[in-house]
Design a protein around this ligand. Structure first.
Ligand code: SF4
Length: 378
């Protein structure tokens, strides 16, 4: 039986719907375990986020509705689940958000929704909310709008025209894996085709080139391997010009005996480490010049749980080291364990002024520089 709350007030609905929004990720660049799911104590719908420029801010993040007619087995909102269901109206959502925005408590809105009856209905309510903000209240700030899988082209185009960022969750690396978790979603038609359309609308030289597109994998629900997720992630950046790819580890609900709970906790811990490793790979692809084919997985197809992917690559390529810090290219330096973009930038700047003779010429003797010292020469 589905529990329905008939008339909760706006704050009551926000409490429920913002909790259900926690696994939808946006603008949260943190790769530490679970840090991107933290919520602000002042209101469960205020989420601290890291902006693309590295600054910190807060987003007002909620679902418009947790009513959903889809069947995604990994999702706590899927049809048939006995949870508290409720919906916010578009005008109610717009006003609630603006209350916080006008007080300077949030910098923007992240809005998603379950599929209330039909995809068209859900998309129309999401779009109506942003239309009210943009047209009635002349709001010009940040909006990240989640596009519902299977949305029609006209709705996608309007979403792009109204938003600062849009996303549609890819969920799995390929249609076979999606088939393991949903009989209703069509991978190519409902997910890939909309992503391609968004990519076309927001491409270089296009009217909406400033609008960002992101997506998200659910990790561990369908039986896929890390290697498949990494391959897809590389292709999404290269072919569809995605701005960011996010990873959300599948959290099974463990409520049985103590033993089950301990086993469940171990599984959850491993799942979060897996998510963390995928974020590290994502950084290597975006910031360190690695390609998906450089990333090394074990015989089970998964990333190491005990060593970070850059270290694994270095251990597998002893012929690459030592790297000469006075002569190596930026890309060569970025492959050295312990050297990140900031340190490499410093090396390039300092060596342009004079020869570098030892680690002290690079910077303070931090643990990372100590790690790098085994891989570099002067
Ligand atoms: S469509 Fe979204 S909200 Fe609905 S069951 Fe699937 S993942 Fe959950």
């Amino acid at each position: 039986m589905v529990g329905i709350i008939s008339q909760p007030d706006t704050l009551g609905k926000l409490r429920i719907l913002s909790t259900d929004a926690q696994y939808d990720l946006a603008c949260a660049c943190g790769s530490g375990k679970d840090e991107h799911r933290k919520r602000n104590g002042r209101g469960g719908w205020i989420y601290p986020v890291t902006l693309p420029n590295g600054g910190k801010s807060t987003l007002f993040k909620t679902l418009l509705s947790n009513v959903c007619s889809n069947d995604c087995s990994y999702c706590p909102l899927h049809e048939g689940k006995d949870i508290r269901r409720c919906s916010l109206r578009p005008d109610e959502t717009a006003r609630a958000f603006l209350d916080y925005y006008n007080r300077g408590e949030v910098f923007g809105l992240f809005l998603s929704s379950g599929v209330m009856g039909s995809v068209d209905t859900a998309m129309e309510k999401l779009l109506a909310t942003v239309r009210i903000l943009r047209k009635r209240y002349q709001y010009r700030g940040y909006v990240h709008l989640k596009v519902i899988p299977g949305a029609c082209e006209a709705a996608i185009e309007e979403a792009v025209s109204l938003s600062s960022a849009v996303s549609i969750n890819i969920e799995t690396p390929g249609e076979n894996w999606l088939g393991n978790v949903s009989a209703k979603k069509d991978f190519l038609h409902d997910i890939v085709a909309p992503m391609k359309l968004i990519s076309k609308l927001t491409g270089k030289g296009q009217k909406y080139h400033k609008v960002k597109q992101t997506t998200q994998f659910v990790v561990g629900a369908a039986g896929e391997s890390d290697a498949e997720i990494v391959k897809y992630t590389g292709a999404l950046y290269e072919r569809l010009n995605l701005n960011r790819v996010y990873f959300s580890s599948y959290q099974r609900n463990h409520t049985q005996s103590d033993a089950d709970t301990k086993a469940g906790q171990a599984e959850t811990d491993e799942s979060l480490v897996r998510e963390h490793r995928l974020y590290q790979v994502d950084f290597l692809l975006r910031k360190y010049g690695f390609s998906a084919s450089d990333i090394i997985c074990g015989s089970d197809g998964n990333l190491s749980l005990t060593a970070d992917p850059k270290q694994v690559w270095a251990d597998a390529h002893p012929e690459y080291f030592p790297v000469n810090v006075n002569r190596a290219t930026k890309q060569q330096l970025l492959k050295v364990p312990g050297l990140g973009p900031v340190t490499v930038k410093r090396i390039l700047k300092r060596r342009a002024q004079s020869q570098l003779y030892d680690a002290e010429d690079i910077g303070k003797n931090t643990a990372l520089l100590e790690k790098a010292s085994g891989y570099i020469a002067f």
